[in-house]
Ligand binder design. Structure first.
Ligand code: IDP
Ligand code: MG
Length: 160
């Protein structure tokens, strides 16, 4: 399986996934991690973290002119979040599919937001929207030494 793994390396992406404070408060951490774990992505980093205001503002800087921005920052800093870095071929788009639409009312059943949330302002989970933002966000939320490179025993059973 090694030549295949090397070939796949070229397409490997990283995405930043975060259980937001409502997901932590509602006891959904295990459920949410489990969806990515069962899919077969590779977990590279994981921590419980109280996000400072400056980091929340940097993370969501593209939304700073939106009317909901102050409430969004209050929400994300209102309690601990669970930060995750996941790796895989096509992981960015695939994770967004598992997460579902931004508005949980529009998110399909079977998606995390479709199954577990009812409102945009409390949509339980974040996922990077592009490979570039995946890299940017992982660098923002994790320090050097907090990420692991490893080969899970299931690797040869995930790809032919
Ligand atoms: P995404 O999380 O699906 O990528 P974005 O448009 O990037 O959605 O918005 C980031 C986050 O900001 C959303 O997940 C949600 O928590 C919050 N948000 C977006 N739009 C609204 C809104 O209209 N009202 C309140 N919160 C919003
Ligand atoms: Mg977004």
């Amino acid at each position: 399986f090694l030549p295949h793994l090397v070939a796949a390396m070229e397409e490997v992406e990283e995405t930043y996934i975060m259980v937001k404070p409502d997901g932590v408060q509602r006891g959904l951490v295990g459920e949410i991690i489990s969806r990515f774990e069962k899919k077969g992505f590779l977990l590279k980093g994981l921590k419980l973290f109280q996000c400072p205001k400056e980091l929340a503002e940097e993370h969501y800087k593209d939304l700073k002119d939106k009317p909901f921005f102050p409430k969004l920052i209050d929400y994300i800093t209102s309690g601990p979040v669970v930060c995750m870095a996941w790796e895989g071929v096509g992981v960015v788009a695939s994770a967004r599919k598992l997460i579902g639409a931004t508005n949980p009312f529009q998110a399909e059943p079977g998606t995390i937001r479709g199954d577990l949330a009812v409102q945009t302002g409390r949509n339980v989970v974040h996922g990077s929207d592009s490979p570039e933002n995946g890299k940017r966000e992982i660098a923002l939320w994790f320090k050097e030494g907090e990420l692991c490179s490893w080969v899970p025993v299931q690797a040869p059973w995930l790809r032919e």
